[in-house]
Design a protein around this ligand. Structure first.
Ligand code: C2E
Ligand code: MG
Ligand code: MG
Length: 648
């Protein structure tokens, strides 16, 4: 007969503790521990049973009880299973006389068990398991004890149900937490988790000098795998790639899948940023061998972009940079990798913006043409102007033509931009015709090799020269072409140049001596003018070799029947030397900087008595800066006094 007080003590203890977070195993342990204290038994055990599964939970008050529990589970029969199946208590007061459990009974008797009383852990019409009370002496259990045992089994079952529901809930929420942070296909961290881990890495990096690097790998032509085979094969490939990339990871690295075929590796403890190069090569070789998929062997490469974090950068910013680097790598061909640093990134973004904005630059009147005078070396009379393109970007300010022209070529706009410059130069030149009848001034327009090679280039020049607003005498126009035009298809370049000559325009070989510089084509190049590049002129003060080179270029041009213009003349000494060796014309800051067309308007309005247009004496950069905004009025007022007398 159990002590009523003890039973109610156990029940109220269960009520107190088990409503809270008691886990299943602890409930079972407590049940068997307390029941041996209040009932006349030698041991107790409990097993939770899940149909067609191994028992998850077993508790026992001692080793013998554990052995009896395990024995029943092992042989698949015994009072525990019978109580579970029937839902009724099972009484075996003398095991030696028990015949229902032929596999269990003899082994249990051998182990010392004499009597067993089992109570189902009931859950409505089904059961969770059973509670076994063991005795090592035969004999029945009194009715009160039987009732108390069933009460405890029922109470425990209620708490177990509760605990089971809690466990399931927390398993589900753990599962959904995991799946919200992981990619379902590969099990790798997804973008959300990757960004979080990268932020942590950046935080750690603020305390050390080692900055993390991000490698952004994108499979080349992955779409064609999906299209050629199927999405199932595509998925197989992604899983295989994730596995191979995963094998490259060191303990501190993280690999994630951002989306589709984009994988990102965050490498934290790099001794030297150059190590990322090695890692990128490892990625390439890891993907180098074919993948064995269910459709057969499939080859795959990846393009990898790399960004090493900069101080103060956010995870999203680094990812963006690595993404951009990946695109650069891809544009160079398959299976490449590319590292870009912050400054390159800023420059590349600036170029992207500029390229985009160039489309609207003409319409927004951001482009204009400046003109730099070209003077006759002997008397400094202005013989013409070189048209130089200018772009004032609303955000970045003035953009040098050496940046602008390649951008226009990349954006496929060089034809349009070049045509605009040519038309503008011709329009301005038409306006000057009114005043320069006595000394016809030439206008030179630069033509880039890309522009020259465009199929309709000659026609567009012809159209401009024949147009009612921009039409001028072709003899006044000089097109400046650099030697590099001969690099790719010299035969076609020569044909175009000949066609241009047929139009009656002059051709000038610009920047001579810096580019292709093969004398091989010089006799076939139908140039009228050769412009010696400013690097040679800038070295004239160094004496013999440079002076000899310039003198030789001049005599070579004479032989070939070309006039010579020296570019970049900046000093009196340079001018004097060029006069001595009979260089035909000069252009440079010593005479004048490039200036807007309205200043040229003012300049040519004041020819001297012979009709020659001369430059003011101090038309040098510093003087122009001093004049600042008053340049026009000061320029007009002082023009007469500033005109440099012709050197005697
Ligand atoms: P370029 O045709 O050789 O033009 C001469 C360049 O030298 C100009 O630079 C001019 O400002 C600069 N310069 C003139 N005198 C001096 C001097 O005494 N010292 C120094 N240091 N520089 C001097 P800019 O305007 O920056 O143009 C650079 C290049 O951009 C041009 O070289 C030309 O190749 C190209 N470019 C300019 N406008 C156009 C254009 O409308 N179309 C094309 N295709 N190219 C253009
Ligand atoms: Mg030029
Ligand atoms: Mg030049």
């Amino acid at each position: 007969m159990p002590n009523e007080e003890k039973l109610s003590g156990v029940l109220s203890e269960f009520a107190r503790t088990m409503v809270t977070d008691f886990p299943i195993q602890r409930i079972l342990d407590r049940l068997v521990e307390r029941i041996v204290e209040i009932l006349p038994i030698t041991g107790a055990g409990v097993t939770l049973i899940t149909p067609s599964a191994e028992p998850h939970y077993i508790a026992a008050s001692d080793d013998s009880a554990l052995l009896y529990e395990q024995l029943q589970a092992e042989v698949g029969e015994g009072p525990c299973l019978l109580a579970y199946d029937s839902g009724e208590a099972v009484c075996v007061a003398d095991l030696s006389e028990e015949g229902r459990f032929p596999a269990f009974t003899p082994r249990a008797l051998d182990a010392g068990l004499r009597a067993v009383f089992t109570f189902p852990l009931r859950n409505g019409s089904s059961r969770l398991g059973a509670l076994d009370l063991y005795r090592e002496e035969p004999g029945p259990l009194e009715k009160d004890a039987m009732e108390a045992a069933q009460t405890l089994a029922d109470v425990a079952a209620a708490y177990l149900l509760n605990a089971q529901a809690r466990a399931e809930l927390s398993e589900t929420s753990a599962r959904s937490h995991f799946s919200s942070l992981h990619d379902a296909l590969t099990g790798l961290p997804n973008r959300v988790l990757l960004v979080e881990l990268l932020e942590f890495a950046l935080m750690r990096a603020t305390k050390s000098d080692v900055l993390p690097a991000v490698l952004f790998a994108d499979l080349d032509q992955f779409k064609s795998i999906n299209d050629t085979y199927s999405h199932r094969i595509g998925d197989e490939l992604l899983i295989a790639v994730a596995k191979r990339l995963g094998n490259l990871l060191r303990s501190s690295d993280v690999l994630g899948r951002l989306s589709g075929d984009e994988f990102v590796m965050v490498c934290e403890d790099l001794d030297d940023p150059s190590q990322v190069d090695v890692i990128a090569q490892r990625i390439s070789s890891a993907l180098g061998s074919p993948f064995e998929l269910s459709c057969g062997l499939v080859d795959m490469t990846a393009s990898v972009g790399i960004a090493v974090a900069d101080h103060g950068e956010s995870a999203e910013e680094i990812l963006h940079r690595a993404d951009m680097a990946m695109y650069q790598a891809k544009s160079k061909g398959r299976g490449r990798h590319q590292i870009i640093d912050v400054h390159e990134q800023a420059e590349s973004e600036r170029r992207t913006t500029l390229k985009f904005d160039l489309h609207t630059a003409v319409r927004n009147q951001e482009l204009h043409v400046d003109y730099q005078p070209i003077v006759k070396t002997s008397d400094r009379r202005i013989i013409g102007f070189e048209a130089l393109l200018r772009w004032t970007h609303p955000i970045y300010g003035p953009i040098s033509p050496s940046v602008l022209i390649p951008l226009a070529e990349e954006a496929g706009l060089i034809g349009a931009v070049g045509a605009w410059v040519l038309a503008q130069a011709c329009i301005d030149r038409r306006r000057w015709s009114a005043v320069d009848a006595a000394a016809p001034l030439g206008v030179s327009v630069n033509v880039s090799p890309h522009q020259l090679m465009e199929p309709d280039f000659v026609d567009s020049v012809k159209a401009t020269l024949g147009c009612s607003t921009s039409g001028i005498d072709p003899a006044l126009l000089t097109l400046e072409v650099t030697e590099s035009v001969m690099i790719h298809d010299s035969a076609r370049a020569l044909l175009v140049l000949d066609d241009l000559k047929q139009l009656g325009v002059n051709l000038s070989l610009d920047d001579f001596g810096t580019g292709y510089s093969s004398l091989n084509y010089l006799d076939r190049f139908p140039a009228d003018v050769l412009k010696i590049d400013q690097t040679f002129i800038g070295r004239l003060d160094q004496g013999h070799p440079s002076q000899a080179i310039v003198a030789s270029i001049i005599s070579l041009s004479r032989t070939l029947g070309m006039k010579v213009v020296a570019e970049g003349v900046e000093t009196l000494e340079e001018h004097q030397f060029l006069s001595e060796i009979d260089c035909d014309a000069c252009q440079g800051f010593y005479f004048a900087q490039p200036m807007p067309s309205n200043e040229i308007d003012l300049l040519i309005e004041r020819p001297d008595a012979s009709g020659a247009v001369l430059l003011p004496v101090s038309f040098t950069p510093s003087h122009r800066d001093q004049l600042g905004s008053t340049i026009k009025s000061a320029f007009c007022a002082s023009l007469d006094t500033l005109i440099r007398p012709i050197e005697s």
